[in-house]
Design a protein around this ligand. Structure first.
Ligand code: ATP
Ligand code: LTN
Length: 333
């Protein structure tokens, strides 16, 4: 860890196979930041229990997420790639910060409202206090910057409020973190219902592209993607959500602006554009899939990374917990 570099923290839940939305909204940016920051990228397994999980699947998906972090180019020597449940301080800080978070604040979280509707038979305490655990993840490492998709912005704002509230009572303790939200891929939408976020927990497989989808499946899903009336390839989120989403996807995988995409496809038909988007996505994902297959086959290597980094993360996290315990008035040895 270079003491002159700022700190980045982000986490992804091993709650399903990751989508193109996760990749473009979050994962891809992780790799871009690894040289200029000290980066902590976490597999947030504890968050997944807010929804029922099959234990064997959860364990397998946690390895899969680490393999994907590596396949997307995260260097295990430059980034602390670790598992949330390996560092008990996350849960410890979560208890403390829960006592500085109001029920009113938690009730306003749109993800809580959404998920309580989708899982009406299991509206548990964890689902409600989920953002406090997320704030703890971030604040434990004195994080400066948090790369996330736009759907997590509200949670990050809450983390900032909790940090400020604590600092006001006890004096400067936490760094108040800033979000890092990409421009064209902050919110990749569903391919069949482009007014909805592309989500890995969607029941219709045609709504999302998985990072691990084979090229022919990717092409098929893009060819079937819902487009809008009219025939021009122009960006207009309100009137042409389907085409606008495809423009965002093409722009982000090719590192282009929306204007450049519109220019390239001026006068072309929707059908041609969908094929171009599908090919560009398949081409981007192909090398990631190859690397992923190699990493996931080597569990011993993945365990080695988890074990080594649990120690590194713990060391940093324990310093913060000690400081917090002292400030709130616990006896600390
Ligand atoms: P679920 O859909 O199961 O609720 P999720 O995909 O929203 O899960 P995570 O896997 O924890 O939740 O998200 C990891 C990161 O990916 C977060 O930073 C989130 O903002 C980002 N992300 C998720 N979906 C999209 C999307 N459609 N577009 C852009 N970013 C996204
Ligand atoms: N809540 C996030 C996952 C998450 C996270 C974090 C993201 C948990 N802890 C800390 C950034 C920083 C989600 O559902 N996408």
């Amino acid at each position: 860890m270079d003491p002159n570099k700022k700190i980045i923290f982000s986490g992804i839940q091993p709650s399903g196979s990751l989508t193109l939305g996760n990749y473009l909204g979050a994962l891809r940016n992780f790799g871009k930041l690894q040289d200029s920051y000290n980066c902590y990228y976490c597999v947030v397994d504890m968050h997944t229990l807010t929804v029922r999980q099959n234990p064997a699947d959860l364990r397998e998906r946690s390895y899969a997420l680490l393999a994907l972090y590596l396949a997307c180019g995260l260097d295990p020597d430059k980034n602390v790639l670790f598992m949330q449940s390996h560092v008990p301080c996350h849960a410890e800080l979560s208890w403390i910060l829960g006592c500085y978070t109001y029920i009113g604040e938690l009730s306003r979280m749109t993800q809580f409202k959404d998920k309580s509707q989708r899982h009406a038979d299991n509206i548990n305490g964890g689902l409600f206090t989920y953002p406090v655990l997320m704030a703890s993840d971030i604040l434990l490492y004195k994080t400066d910057l948090v790369p996330i998709g736009v759907d997590q912005k509200q949670h990050l704002e809450l983390a900032r409020n909790i940090a400020e509230r604590f600092n006001n009572i006890y004096g400067d303790t936490f760094v108040v973190p800033e979000p890092f939200i990409p421009q064209n891929s902050a919110k990749i939408m569903s391919l069949q219902e482009p007014d909805k976020k592309m989500s890995k927990s969607d029941t219709n497989v045609n709504n999302f592209i998985l990072i691990t989808d084979p090229a022919d499946v990717i092409m098929k899903k893009f060819k079937r993607a819902v487009t809008d009336s009219g025939c021009e390839i122009v960006y207009n989120e309100a009137e042409k959500p389907g085409i606008s989403n495809l423009i965002n996807i093409y722009a982000s995988v090719n590192d282009m602006s929306r204007e450049e995409v519109m220019k390239e496809f001026e006068g072309k038909r929707y059908g041609d554009f969908k094929i171009a988007v599908g090919s560009a996505v398949a081409e981007t994902l192909d090398p990631i899939q190859k690397r992923y297959n190699e990493y996931i086959a080597d569990k011993a290597y993945l365990d080695g990374i988890f074990k080594k980094n649990a120690g590194i993360a713990r060391e940093h996290a324990e310093k913060t917990i000690k400081e917090v315990y002292e400030k709130v008035g616990f006896i600390v040895y």
